[in-house]
Design a protein around this ligand. Structure first.
Ligand code: ZN
Length: 135
């Protein structure tokens, strides 16, 4: 089951520029920073009240984020919805004919389990299903 917004993902070219900019504009705080090797991204999470904004920088030219920025420039990349059981959610979506990017969950930031749904199935929106880590 999906039960709320987990975060919004924003593609950025340069985290050293984007993090201070987002902190200045929102008054939020930097709560996490990590390189997620499996997804070829460096992530910085800004907390604004109950909202988390995930700033994403590609760490190599073949990173999906680097490709996104090359094609469209920086901007909103995905919306992440929270689930208590991400794999079950992906299985359910697959059964209903939704096109998935990940049929099997991957390890995301902060030891979460994540899977992406193809934007072609969601009217152009890249959706991520996130099961938060159990640290
Ligand atoms: Zn995300």
């Amino acid at each position: 089951m999906l039960n709320g917004l987990d975060h919004i993902g924003i593609a950025v070219a340069d985290l050293e520029q984007a993090v201070p900019l987002w902190l200045k504009i929102t008054g939020g705080k930097l709560v996490h920073r990590e390189i997620v090797a499996s997804q070829k991204v460096e992530v910085a999470v800004i907390e604004i009240g109950s909202l988390h904004v995930e700033l994403l920088r590609g760490v190599s030219d073949d990173s999906p984020i680097a490709k996104f920025i090359a094609a469209r420039g920086a901007g909103i990349h995905h919306i992440a919805l929270r689930s208590t059981a991400a794999q079950e959610e992906l299985d359910r979506l697959k059964q209903t004919g939704v096109r998935l990017i990940d049929e099997t969950v991957r390890t995301g930031a902060e030891d979460s389990r994540v899977g992406f749904i193809h934007p072609k199935s969601v009217e152009g929106v890249l959706l991520e299903v996130v099961e938060p880590g159990h640290k």
